[in-house]
Design a binder for this molecule. Structure first.
Ligand SMILES: Cc1cc2nc3c(=O)[nH]c(=O)nc-3n(C[C@H](O)[C@H](O)[C@H](O)COP(=O)(O)OP(=O)(O)OC[C@H]3O[C@@H](n4cnc5c(N)ncnc54)[C@H](O)[C@@H]3O)c2cc1C
Length: 337
């Protein structure tokens, strides 16, 4: 077997990622490449091994904190394609390549008249990253509509098909997050319900009528998101910066006034945003990294923030919440350095 070199796998040295992350951080990787064909992944991963650097996969860069100089080979998934691919148990199967833009994909399904993922409209990023943290919003998560995916297993160096039970989906977690960097997801198939019913339990959707169609729900979700979240193209951010912590009932009882979301196993999910706001941290800044004035769960880049500023602010927030409430916050975006 021949040794792949940078030219074989189209790796570019000193690869600029500054426009490939929603926090708007200036960042360059030792090597990087846009992957247009899934088959290019193996050569790129082997190249990383040959040059002794970690191999990192990036989609849209909307859930990462990029450090200025990334000592890695970064593969940016840019594969395209989406289609109706069949039926299973009365559900419609739709398949998309990893590099497809998730918001576009949702719009496409709705434009075809297919309901099922309209509540997940407007979540930035790619289709390939959606299973990684089991994206969720407005009452549903990816796992609810997931059928299967194809991924390249870098440890075993072969292609694998994952069914739902293989993915270990939990709240913003999956097997792909448990074992970061091992699997490169190249294609995702969703099962859209043959008998679609609107999911309207979430605040903001509950005023809609049961006869509503997927397009109206999607438009409402997009409007709600637009009213709450800063547009990352205008004010860099990575969406929610911390997971909502899940604690025991006894711990929740020690925090009077906190909104509580009881879980089926008796634990209680708390609002990380509420905890941060209660520490008086809205608007708090470290350099150009700041807690968003309108929503304490979001860290924004006011201009020239660095990964260092973001991390320092995140540490300040975690310490303040722990000291005040005894609750440990877990950061959502992955740091890539
Ligand atoms: C304004 C804003 C709002 C958001 N709202 C939500 C929300 O409502 N709900 C929610 O769940 N998330 C939300 N997010 C987070 C983010 O949109 C999702 O996590 C999204 O799935 C990230 O996609 P990406 O392509 O940008 O992933 P990236 O940021 O590029 O990567 C994220 C992680 O996935 C890995 N990865 C990426 N692609 C692949 C692949 N093909 N195979 C294997 N691993 C891969 C990366 O290595 C990294 O660890 C929001 C983010 C922003 C900026």
């Amino acid at each position: 077997m021949t040794r792949p070199d940078a030219a074989d796998c189209r790796a570019i040295s000193d690869f600029d990622l500054s426009r490939r992350n929603s926090l708007g951080l200036a960042a360059r990787a030792r090597y990087g490449a846009f992957v247009h064909e899934a088959q290019e992944i193996d050569a790129l991963a082997r190249f990383a091994g040959e040059v002794g650097l970690p191999f990192v996969v990036l989609g849209g860069g909307s859930n990462v904190v990029l450090h200025p100089e990334i000592d890695a080979v970064v593969a940016v998934l840019a594969t395209r394609g989406r289609a109706v691919t069949g039926e299973a148990d009365g559900d419609l199967l739709v398949t998309a390549q990893a590099g497809e833009d998730w918001p576009d994909f949702v719009q496409w399904t709705v434009a075809q008249g297919f309901g099922g993922i309209e509540n997940l409209a407007g979540i930035p990023g790619t289709v390939g990253a959606a299973p990684v943290q089991n994206i969720g919003a407005y009452g549903i998560e990816l796992a609810d509509r997931f059928h299967s995916l194809t991924a390249y297993d870098r440890a075993e160096r072969h292609w694998r098909v994952f069914r739902r039970e293989d993915c270990r989906f939990r709240y913003r977690q999956s097997v792909f997050k448990d074992d970061p960097g091992r699997f490169v997801i190249t294609e995702v198939t969703l099962a859209l319900p043959g008998e679609w019913r609107p999911i309207l339990g979430y605040a903001g959707l509950d005023s809609l009528d049961e006869t509503v169609d997927p397009k109206t729900i999607m438009e409402r979700v997009l409007a709600l998101r637009g009213s709450k979240l800063p547009d990352w193209r205008v004010l860099g951010n990575a969406g929610s910066f911390f997971h909502n912590p899940v604690v025991s009932g006894a711990v929740a009882d020690t925090i009077p006034g906190a909104p509580r979301y009881p879980q089926p196993d008796g634990t209680v999910k708390l609002s990380a945003g509420w905890l941060i706001e209660s520490c008086g941290l809205k608007g708090h800044r470290v350099g150009d990294a700041g807690v968003y004035e309108k929503h304490a769960l979001i860290i924004v880049n006011h201009g020239r923030a660095t990964a260092h500023d973001i991390s320092a602010l995140a540490e300040t927030i975690k310490s303040a919440v722990f000291e005040r409430f005894g609750v440990t916050l877990q950061q959502e975006p992955l740091e890539i350095r």
